[in-house]
Design a protein around this ligand. Structure first.
Ligand SMILES: Cc1cc2nc3c(=O)[nH]c(=O)nc-3n(C[C@H](O)[C@H](O)[C@H](O)COP(=O)(O)OP(=O)(O)OC[C@H]3O[C@@H](n4cnc5c(N)ncnc54)[C@H](O)[C@@H]3O)c2cc1C
Ligand code: FES
Ligand code: FES
Length: 491
C-alpha cells in the first residue's frame, strides 16, 4: 500500500475537507487498511486532535476515535460498567502489540462482519459522533452505507444495565466464528449477534427470557432474599431456567440468517447462536441476581442517571455542537516526505522519511537488524518494538508517526534481552530461534507492565507472538523462571 502524501490534520474540518477526494484515506491504526493494495493520495492522520482519550462522566463515556483497543481493555471505568464485557470482547484480537495500534474509530467505521468491537458496542446504548453530520445511534450507523464523514467519538450512555459478551473462535487470536453480546437496561433487553459471517445486528430478547431476567433483578439484595421468594420466582430451579434460555435461544436462532465461509458452516453458526445465547443469558441472570449495576451501588447508579435523555436533541443541533468544538486552526500541507525527530534506543535521531515508509523499514535502514519481518500482515509479532515503552508492530506503523516519541529495539535493550534470553535457551524455548527477537521484546514489555502475571496472563500477553516450534510451554516456563530469578528465589 502506497501513499503519495501524509498530513497530520489540525482540525476535523480539515480532515473532512481532505477526505472528500476519492484517493484520500483517514488513518486509524492502519492495520486493516494496510492489508489492501494500491496507490493512494493523501493519508489523513487524526492523531494530533486529542481524540485518543476516554472521558468518563456520571452520564456517559466519551471514547475518542484514536483510542486503541488496548486502552479499552485497560480502562477501569469501562470494565466496571460492563462487568469486564468490553475486555472480553477485545482480548482475543491478535495480540497486545496489535491492540496497542488498532483504533476504536477504524474498528467501528470499518463495520466489519467479524467485528467483536461492533458487536460489543451495539449491546450498549452507544451513539457515534460524526463530523460534520452529528450524532446518530450506532445501530443506525452500522446499517448505513459508508460516507466521507469523520468518526470523531463513540458516546456510551450510562444506564443501570447488565451485559455479557461471548465469542467462539476456532483457534486463539483467529477471527471469531460467531460473536454474541446480551444486555438488559431500562431501554430493553437485546441480543447482538455478529460474524454470522455478516455484520452484527441487534435482536430483541424473547419475552420469556426477559421475564426470567426481570425476576432475578427484582429479588432484592442477597442478604434480604429469602429462599422462599427465590423458589416462588422459579429462580433456584436451574433446570427451569435452562428450559427458558433454551426456548429463547431457539426462537432467536430461527430469526438470524447465517451463512458459510472458511471458518464455519451456516449450520454450525446457527448451532453456536443457540449455545452462546443460552450461556450468555445464564451469565446475565447470575449478574443481575448479584445486583450488578454497572459497577455502582444501585442507588448511585439510578440516581438521576437513567433519566438523562438527550434524544430530544435533533441531529442538526448536535452537528452544530461538534463543529463549534472543532474549528479549523489553519490547514496543514500534505507532504510526500516529512522531517521527524525521535529518540531511537536512547539517542535523539532526526530524519526525513517518505510519507508511507513503515517503522520496520525505517529501523532496518538504521541498522536495527534485530527487527525482522515474518508475515507483514500484523499477525506474527516478529517485528515487535517498543513505542514509548509499549509493544507495537513495526511492520504496521508509519515511521512518520514516531515523531516526538521514543522507540526501542533489542539493540537498545541488549542487557535485558541477553539476561532473559539465557532463560529462554535453558527452557528449550529457542529452537529455530526465528520468533525469538519479537517474543523477547514483548516479554520485556510484559515484565514492565505486569508485576506478578499468572500463566493465563503470560499466555494472553504473548498470544500475538507466533512460534512454529516450541508449543509455547517453554516460553511460559522461561518467563516464570526469569521472574523467580529477579525476585531472588533460588530453589
Ligand atoms: C490480522 C487481523 C486480525 C483481526 N482480527 C480481529 C478480530 O478477531 N476481531 C475484531 O473485532 N477485529 C479484528 N481485526 C480488526 C481490527 O481489530 C481493527 O478493527 C481494524 O484493524 C481496523 O482498525 P484500525 O485502527 O487498524 O483502522 P484502519 O485500518 O486504519 O481503518 C479502517 C477503515 O476505517 C477508516 N477510518 C479509520 N478511522 C476513521 C475515522 N476516525 N473516521 C472515518 N474513517 C476512519 C479508514 O479510512 C479505513 O477505511 C483484525 C484485523 C487484522 C488486520
Ligand atoms: S506482525 Fe509484523 S511482521 Fe508479522
Ligand atoms: S523457535 Fe522456531 S518459530 Fe519459535
Amino acid at each position: 500500500m502506497k501513499f503519495k502524501n501524509y498530513v497530520k490534520v489540525q482540525s476535523l474540518e480539515e480532515a473532512y475537507t481532505l477526505n472528500q477526494k476519492k484517493s484520500s484515506r483517514v488513518l486509524g491504526g492502519m492495520l486493516w487498511m494496510r492489508l489492501g493494495h494500491g496507490q493512494f493520495g493523501t493519508a489523513i492522520d487524526l492523531s494530533g486532535l486529542g481524540l485518543d482519550e476516554i472521558e468518563e462522566t456520571a452520564e456517559e463515556f466519551r471514547i475518542g476515535c484514536m483510542v486503541t483497543l488496548r486502552q479499552l481493555e485497560l480502562h477501569e471505568g469501562l470494565q466496571a460498567y460492563t462487568k469486564d464485557a468490553i475486555r472480553e470482547s477485545v482480548r482475543h484480537i491478535v495480540g497486545v502489540q496489535f491492540r496497542n495500534l488498532a483504533t476504536v474509530g477504524g474498528s467501528i467505521f470499518g463495520r466489519f462482519g467479524f467485528s467483536d468491537v461492533l458487536t460489543m458496542f451495539l449491546a450498549l446504548d452507544t451513539e457515534v459522533e460524526l463530523y460534520p453530520s452529528g450524532r446518530m445511534s450506532l445501530e443506525e450507523f452500522s446499517q448505513e452505507k459508508r460516507t466521507n464523514d469523520i468518526l470523531a467519538r463513540l458516546i456510551v450512555k450510562k444506564h443501570r444495565q447488565s451485559c455479557v459478551y461471548l465469542s467462539q473462535r476456532n483457534t486463539k487470536t483467529d477471527f471469531p466464528v460467531l460473536t454474541c453480546a446480551v444486555s438488559v437496561d431500562e431501554q430493553g433487553a437485546r441480543a447482538v449477534i455478529g460474524a454470522t459471517p455478516a455484520r452484527a445486528r441487534v435482536y430483541p430478547l424473547p419475552e420469556e427470557a426477559v421475564q426470567m431476567l426481570e425476576s432475578a433483578g427484582n429479588l432484592g439484595a442477597a442478604e434480604h432474599r429469602p429462599e422462599k421468594q427465590l423458589e416462588d420466582a422459579g429462580c433456584l430451579d436451574t433446570a427451569e431456567r435452562e428450559k427458558v434460555w433454551k426456548t429463547a435461544a431457539a426462537k432467536l436462532a430461527v430469526q438470524i440468517p447465517t451463512s458459510s465461509n472458511m471458518r464455519g458452516s451456516a449450520a454450525y453458526r446457527t448451532h453456536l447462536v443457540k449455545v452462546l445465547v443460552q450461556r450468555a443469558l445464564e451469565a446475565l441472570w447470575q449478574q443481575k441476581q448479584q445486583r450488578v449495576c454497572g459497577g455502582m451501588a444501585e442507588a448511585e447508579c439510578c440516581d438521576g442517571v437513567c433519566q438523562q435523555d438527550e434524544k430530544s436533541q435533533t441531529r442538526d443541533e448536535r452537528s452544530v455542537q461538534i463543529s463549534a468544538n472543532m474549528t479549523a486552526e489553519g490547514a496543514s500541507v500534505p507532504q510526500s516526505e516529512l522531517p521527524i525527530t525521535l529518540t531511537l534506543n536512547g539517542k535523539r535521531t532526526a530524519a526525513v522519511v517518505p510519507a508511507d515508509q513503515t517503522l520496520y523499514d525505517f529501523l532496518r535502514e538504521r541498522n536495527c537488524y534485530s527487527v525482522k519481518c515474518g508475515c507483514d500482515t500484523s499477525n506474527c509479532g516478529l517485528c515487535t518494538v517498543l513505542l514509548d515503552g509499549k509493544p507495537v508492530l513495526s511492520c504496521s506503523m508509519l515511521a512518520v508517526r514516531t515523531d516526538g516519541h521514543c522507540v526501542d529495539t533489542m539493540e537498545g535493550l541488549q542487557e535485558e534481552a541477553e539476561e532473559f534470553g539465557r532463560f529462554v535457551a535453558l527452557q528449550g524455548a529457542e529452537q529455530c530461534g526465528f520468533c525469538n527477537p519479537g517474543m523477547i521484546m514483548n516479554a520485556i514489555a510484559l515484565f514492565r507492565e505486569l508485576q506478578d502475571p499468572t500463566d493465563e496472563e503470560i499466555q494472553e500477553y504473548l498470544a500475538g507472538n507466533l512460534c512454529r516450534c516450541s508449543g509455547y510451554e517453554g516460553q511460559t516456563r522461561a518467563i516464570r523462571e526469569f521472574q523467580r530469578y529477579r525476585a531472588g528465589i533460588t530453589n
